[in-house]
Design a protein around this ligand. Structure first.
Ligand code: FAD
Ligand code: NAD
Length: 475
């Protein structure tokens, strides 16, 4: 008789570990299988997000941001940092320490909540049995319910195969101990912009090669346009409509061959990051037929149920945005559904953030989507340059843009580019979740002086009532 659990979760990223904790909180006997090994060969929890994704990238974004801010703007604020210099190994060490603290924190949470951590690779077998192949050999465990949360892996492209530490993906680009003089990045998506920003701020000359002709097509066009202008000012060289056709390691680094509308070209960079998207990690995870779509995403219904009774799937390995908080919310909802409770997810209110400087943040529909859907809307906007707090922070770039339904006044979208806009975004998420109107935000009191006041003013501006900026005629 195999070891039997109520719930076995395969994968302990932000989808799986959160699902496991909630399942245990719901009184279910829960185990979580995880195979990730850290660079020292130790088993760790946390998945992509904690080990090589959200957390380490934000640690380096913070450090590099402080360095650049002091270097460029310290003197004008009367802070003279003589001999300001970088200690990249110390920066990387701090990042690694944060990762270790957080991943071991999950191990403690597992203990505290009574979740059993099964170290090793999990394979789904028939009858909801799972083979765990780990450091202690193989064992079979059984479950009433299985939650698959195996996440995603970076896309590799044939013209730029990874090579140790010269052509790398996100994992390699978060571990360099020195700053390359020149850096190429393939892909002007979220990872390309975030990691390109880190190394540019630390001194690299960064060129981003993007295949598509438009910049940040998923963002509201006005925000994307402002972002492109800000990045250009910072010296990030973003080349759209550029297809990499080949790479070669040379004595000087990497020779990149690419083509654009002007023809074929080449350039040499010291190092290269490949950031062209991620694919679901669903190969060889089951020895039974687990239906997947053409790109490998596990097929599920609206409640994250697969077609196999009692088998659920969540996070990056299923449809929807590849975001940690989306994975976690699905994990909680599924663990609650298994326990007979109601699991709630509002896919219309998923927050999106690109942690560049300034940060790009949005929730809900873009103006382009509303136009396409034929929805009549009002626009309110407010420039960060008119915010007293932003001025005090020396951070006046960007804007807040709010979209509200022309008839019902319900807030349909909040789009921002500005310092710490990631922190302002929750206001838009709550507003959409609570079905608030622009008027509801207008009637709400915001502390002064805060960056949040820009959201208030954008809501006022939607009705031509902004006080601290000139109103455009309300549309
Ligand atoms: P994962 O985090 O990928 O975890 C899956 C886990 O399953 C892994 O630990 C893996 O080892 C394990 N696993 C897989 N197969 C098996 C198996 N057969 N047996 C045992 N274990 C298995 N998202 C944000 O929301 N905000 C951000 O700021 C952000 N920044 C990012 C930065 C980078 C550089 C990257 C790469 C990603 C970033 N993301 C961010 C995306 C985020 O990391 C993912 O959306 C999130 O990790 C998905 O969670 P998950 O649990 O579905 O999968
Ligand atoms: P992405 O989809 O955001 O961007 C990939 C970019 O590469 C796209 O612009 C695409 O057009 C381009 N591209 C694709 N093939 C190309 C080629 N051959 N040559 C040149 N350009 C090419 O993917 P990503 O940046 O790799 O990130 C992967 C996922 O991780 C994203 O879906 C994102 O949701 C998640 N992520 C989120 C955050 C965050 O929330 N802040 C941060 C990092 C990653």
């Amino acid at each position: 008789m195999s070891e039997q659990y109520d719930v076995v979760v395969i994968g302990a990223g932000p989808g799986g570990y959160v699902a496991a904790i909630r399942a245990a909180q719901n009184g279910l006997k829960t185990a979580c299988v995880e195979e990730w090994l850290d660079p020292n060969g130790e088993h760790v929890l946390g998945g992509t997000c904690l080990n090589v994704g959200c957390i380490p990238s934000k640690a380096l974004l913070e450090s590099s941001e402080k360095f650049e801010s002091l270097r460029l703007h310290g003197a004008e604020e009367g802070i003279v940092a003589e001999g300001l210099h970088l200690d990249v190994p110390a920066m990387i060490h701090r990042k690694d320490k944060i990762v270790t603290e957080l991943t071991s924190g999950i191990a403690q949470l597992f203990k505290a909540n009574g979740v059993t951590w099964l170290k090793g690779r999990g394979t789904l077998l028939a009858d909801k049995q799972i083979r765990v192949s780990g450091p202690d050999g193989e064992r079979i465990v059984g479950a009433q319910s299985v939650i698959i949360a195996t996440g995603s892996v970076p896309v590799n492209i044939p013209p730029a195969p990874l090579t140790g530490s010269t052509i790398v993906d996100n994992t390699g680009a978060l571990a360099w101990n020195t700053v390359p003089q020149s850096l190429g990045v393939i892909g002007a998506g979220v990872i390309g912009l975030e990691l390109g920003s880190v190394w540019r701020r630390l001194g690299a000359e960064v060129t981003v090669l993007e295949a598509v002709d438009s910049f940040l097509p998923m963002a509201d066009a006005a925000i994307a346009k402002t972002a492109a202008r800000e990045f250009k000012k910072q010296g990030l060289d973003i080349r759209l409509g550029t297809l990499v056709t080949g790479t070669e390691i040379t004595d000087d680094g990497v020779l990149i061959r690419y083509k654009d509308s002007q023809g074929e070209h080449s350039m040499t960079v010291e190092r290269l990051i490949v950031a062209v998207g991620r694919l679901p990690n669903t190969k060889n995870i089951a020895e039974i037929t687990l239906p997947v779509d053409a790109r490998g995403f596990i097929e599920i219904d609206d409640h994250c149920r697969t077609s196999i009774e009692g088998v659920w799937a969540i996070g990056d390995c299923v449809r929807g945005p590849m975001l940690a908080h989306k994975a976690s919310e699905e994990g909680i909802a599924v663990a609650d559904r298994i326990a007979g409770k109601i699991g709630h997810i509002n896919y219309d209110a998923v927050p999106n953030v690109i942690y560049t400087h300034p940060e790009i943040s949005w929730v809900g529909k873009t103006e382009e989507q509303l136009k396409e859907e034929g929805v009549a809307y009002r626009v309110g906007s407010f420039p960060m340059a008119a915010s007293g707090r932003a001025k005090a922070m020396n951070e006046t770039a960007g804007m807040v843009k709010l979209l509200a339904d022309a008839q019902t006044d319900r807030i349909l979208g909040l789009h921002m580019i500005g310092v710490r806009s990631s922190e302002l975004l929750a206001q838009g998420v709550i507003a959409i979740e609570m079905q608030a109107t622009a008027e509801d935000l207008q009637c709400t009191m915001f502390a002064h002086p805060t960056l949040s006041e820009a959201v208030h003013e954008a809501a006022l501006s939607a009705h031509g009532l902004a006080v601290h900026s000139v109103n455009k005629k309300a549309r």
